[in-house]
Ligand binder design. Structure first.
Ligand code: ADP
Length: 460
């Protein structure tokens, strides 16, 4: 295999574990073959010229990091506008929250063209290029326009919606046609592959050559599900660290008389936070034995705060949490602890371990790694219970979780109660099955399967 080139919107230094499992896994893949990681630097240049940006080169062991600055105009249209204001909501089935401003697409194309232009100058003929996520769908098409013939794969970290939802994006045909510039396209789960297949069958004149093979626009494309996992060993090692142990002991002492339910995510409307608080309210209402005991710790890290829909969500959540605390709280018991901050990654396993129940109830999620981290962090002798939305990609794999429909708050409350009451033996059995699955299909398995499949297809 030639040199690996990873392209993603953000680039992380693979030597820093604070970057998380994905960065570590991609960093390891890059280190194995020697490689280049290319993306946005995270820097926005006020008054910069659209379509232009300085390239910064850095060396991290055998890996070269190449990052490009964005002008304010490009950042606002490519990143905030088209990527996070159009593609993110539509791909998460939220047409109501999409901002179809016709001005955004120009910036999205311009940045992809600029990235392709800067990257093409660094490529070698036998490079294998792996592009990540919705910000960069047209990157391969732009590279092909410049004559690049390398093997190219694309992985979509978020869901692909059904054809009629996707069709709401004014440029859907162009986006889907752009995918055919790749040799391999990977999705998180089989449902996404089925949506792709249905789209191609109904909206294009492509030939469906097999379950995973499509031909259109003079190009054959392989499409498969590659569910992403976590680095279980890295996470287990974090769990044995001082910070995680301190966190666990602090929580255990602080909440010794309570039963903890835990939610951890970015503050995002795809995560089903208002529905979760409503279901928790019903838990307290319908099962009063939980009064004075059940405590929901909801950590929601700030995210994309300059996008309007996020500010509205924050206000709704604050008001829902406030009303549960006002209606049910006692002087010595606060039912909801809502924290609008992130938790240091080193401390996270301790928090997961202290919880009796994890509430991972997104309305739609590509995969959801919190579900897998929670399982990896449990004490197998006395594990907590995972309540998981059937609309998370992870639900295809994690069948031993308690699956819920997060829109159905009454049944979700019932499931929370079942989780709180679950006998030890059933908790152990479910945890063991889930842990085995999380371990077998970890992030290294994911990465290796994708790269093997990419290397197996004949290059363009
Ligand atoms: P998404 O990519 O949509 O944010 P995932 O669940 O797939 O959702 O991945 C989230 C990652 O970010 C996980 O590794 C999780 O541990 C981390 N994370 C999410 N929210 C927080 C938080 N509030 N504090 C610390 N880490 C968080």
């Amino acid at each position: 295999m030639g040199r690996l080139v990873v392209v993603s919107n953000r680039v992380a230094d693979p030597r820093k574990t604070a970057s998380g499992g994905l960065a570590v896994a991609l960093g390891q893949a890059l280190q194995a073959s020697g490689g280049l990681w290319f993306g946005w630097s995270g820097k926005v240049v006020e008054g910069g010229t659209p379509g232009e940006g300085d390239v910064h080169l850095q060396t991290a062991g055998p890996v070269q990091l190449a990052t490009v600055d964005l002008s304010r105009e490009d950042h606002d249209s490519y990143y905030l506008g088209y990527s996070n204001g159009v593609l993110w909501p539509v791909f998460h089935y939220r047409l109501d929250l999409a901002d179809f401003d016709a001005g955004f697409i120009g910036g999205y194309r311009r940045v992809n063209q600029m990235f392709a232009h800067k990257l093409a100058a660094m490529l070698r003929p036998d490079d294998v290029i792996w592009v990540h996520d919705y910000h960069l769908i047209p990157l391969a098409a732009e590279l092909r326009n410049m004559g690049c013939q390398q093997r190219m794969g694309f992985f979509l970290h978020i869901p692909l919606p059904p054809p009629l939802i996707l069709a709401a994006v004014p440029e859907h045909e162009w986006l889907m046609r752009s995918l055919f510039a790749y040799d391999l396209v990977g999705f998180q789960c089989e449902a996404d592959v089925a949506h792709f297949s249905r789209y191609v069958g109904t909206e294009t004149s492509a030939d469906i050559l097999g379950e995973h093979e499509f031909r259109a626009f003079g190009k054959t494309l392989q499409v498969q599900a590659f569910p992403i996992g976590i680095d279980v060993d890295e996470f287990a090692a974090l769990g044995r660290g001082r910070d995680a142990i301190d966190m666990y002991e602090q929580m255990r002492d602080e909440y010794s008389r309570r039963r903890l339910l835990l939610g951890v995510e970015r503050m995002d409307y795809s995560k089903g936070l208002p529905q979760r608080i409503k279901a928790f309210r019903q838990l307290l209402q319908n099962y009063p034995e939980n009064l004075g005991s059940a405590t929901l710790i909801q950590i929601a890290a700030p995210s994309r705060e300059s996008v309007d829909a996020y500010a509205a969500l924050r206000h709704e959540l604050e008001s829902l949490c406030g009303s549960v605390n006002g209606d049910f709280g006692e002087l010595d018991w606060m039912p909801v602890r809502y924290i609008h901050r992130s938790v240091a990654r080193k401390r996270l396993p301790g928090l997961y371990r202290a919880a009796c129940v994890a509430l991972v109830t997104p309305l739609r999620d590509g995969m959801n790694l919190v579900a897998k981290e929670f399982i990896a962090a449990q004490d197998p002798e006395d594990p907590g219970v995972l309540v998981l939305s059937r609309f998370a990609g992870a639900a295809e794999q994690m069948r031993d979780a308690l699956l819920v429909n997060p829109y159905d708050t009454t049944r979700t409350a019932e499931t929370m109660q079942r989780a709180l009451q679950m006998p030890l033996e059933e908790r152990q059995r479910r945890h063991q099955a889930l842990l085995q699955q999380v371990r077998e299909q970890d992030v290294h398995w994911w990465r290796q399967r994708f790269l093997n499949a990419l290397n197996a297809v004949s290059a363009s």
